[in-house]
Ligand binder design. Structure first.
Ligand code: FCB
Length: 427
């Protein structure tokens, strides 16, 4: 099928995962503390950003979503590095001149270490909201004229769940037992929604034509068993992880579109042993509990092929998620992330083809999708490890970080060039 004229085909990255040299981030301190593989030079995109633009051109991309690194822009509280801001503005300009629309994320998991040195409770209090908005204002001013598409927060619910609920990520708070109280009743989600709303207003005040949203991680959910209890658990998890924050933003009128990050589906089971009475059967949960306990507790995983992340490949789930968002919110949608960790590269073509085709089906049924951004442009640091390979380009660290087209890049180019999904059968 063909896509509408001007449809965006591009890639997504995040500053911390590709730039390198972001030692002022709270992630760097976390890696040390948890003895994780250090991010260090990452994919060296801070130096090699022109190579990245070239790769995007090779792919025939007309959009690129990247993020600005707060700790680089503001290395010390209240001190902004103008050279860094200029460098981001230059990158955005170069993209535009190459016919590639820059889409900029302002918060993609990584935050300045100083934020938590000053306010160890982080977003559990209002303290970070002001500094975040000051940072947004600076970036907006510096990129004025170059950028008009913004994502305020990337996957705010994943960031909060991992950082403030389960303690898997910095700042490492474990509020699992009081998940609903901390996140909903005590207003953690509402605080982030407020920061998003305010950021939206700042960006629009600078440029009324700007298109602003956030990128929500959307999982395709299935009940573990076909019964009322599991359906209820599914709805509770859907509201918690997907709906709550989007509803707050929607009712504040601060979503010009919805950014959708889609990777996989999970089964959801009602269970008294889990917070909110919900057992969301993520691959990560099975790994954390161990296979036996996971199954003893009634965990269920699907039988589809798995990616190197242990995520099931379910292309039609993307269609379902887009359809559901379309019906619930009636807003334009942008696939801000979708991709596969596949070190062999052998699964990427099918993955891409099938997900693009599922997106096309959702559009044929009325979903107003205006672009697809593949995660990711280059292999990068996957929050604790370089092992997962998501890139349409590999990065050879032993050869000056040379970018080389990986499996999937040819197909992506063909799709972007023809603005059509390229089905294996040539339909
Ligand atoms: C998403 C994140 C992104 C990347 C992909 C694989 O959840 O937004 O940074 O890690 O997953």
């Amino acid at each position: 099928m063909s896509f509408p004229e001007g449809f965006l085909w591009g890639c997504s990255t995040a500053a911390y995962q590709v730039e390198g040299g972001n030692a002022g981030s709270n992630w760097t301190a976390w890696e040390r503390k948890k003895r994780l593989e250090p991010c260090g030079p990452a994919s060296n995109s801070w130096e090699l950003w022109r190579e990245d633009v070239r790769a995007l051109q090779e792919l025939h991309a007309n959009a690129y979503r990247f993020s600005v690194e707060w700790s680089r822009v503001e290395p010390h509280p209240g001190e902004y590095d103008e050279a860094v801001l200029e460098r981001y503005a230059l990158q955005a300009k170069a993209l535009r001149l190459a016919g590639i629309r820059p889409i900029v994320s302002l918060h993609h998991f990584s935050e300045p270490a100083w934020l938590y040195e000053r306010w160890p409770q982080g977003w559990l209090t209002d303290a970070p909201v002001g500094p975040f908005l000051d940072f947004v204002e600076r970036v907006s001013g510096a990129l004025r004229g170059e950028v008009s598409d913004w994502v305020t927060f990337n996957e705010p619910m994943v960031w909060l769940l991992f950082g403030y609920g389960l303690g898997f990520w910095p700042p490492g708070f474990r509020r699992g037992l009081s998940l609903e109280r901390t996140f909903v009743h005590n207003g953690l989600i509402a605080r982030v929604a407020r920061a998003h709303n305010e950021a939206y207003r700042l960006l629009k005040a600078d440029n009324p034509d700007a298109r602003v949203s956030l990128a929500q991680n959307m999982v395709d959910l299935e009940p573990a068993r076909a019964n009322v209890a599991d359906l209820g658990a599914l709805q509770a998890w859907d509201r918690f992880m997907h709906g709550h924050l989007l509803d707050l933003a929607k009712s504040a009128g601060t979503l010009d579109f919805i950014g959708v990050n889609y990777y996989t589906r999970i089964y959801v089971r009602s269970s008294p042993f889990f917070p909110m009475g919900v057992m969301p059967c993520y691959g990560e949960l099975e790994r954390a509990l161990g296979h036996r306990l996971f199954h003893l507790l009634g965990g269920r995983r699907g039988g589809r092929a798995l990616t190197d992340m242990g995520w099931e490949v379910v292309p039609e789930g993307l269609g379902r998620v887009l359809g559901r968002l379309h019906r619930a919110y009636g807003l334009p949608l942008l696939v801000t992330e979708n991709g596969i960790a596949d070190a062999t590269g052998l699964k990427r073509e099918d993955f891409l083809r099938e997900h693009v085709s599922a997106m096309g089906d959702a559009m044929a049924q009325g979903a107003d999708v205006f672009g697809y951004l593949h995660w990711s442009l280059v292999d990068n640091y996957e929050w604790g490890s370089f092992a997962p390979r998501f890139g349409l380009y590999s990065v050879d660290k032993d050869a000056a970080y040379k970018r080389r087209p990986a499996n999937g890049s040819k197909l992506f180019t063909q799709i972007a060039k023809t603005n059509a999904s390229c089905l294996a059968t040539n339909k």
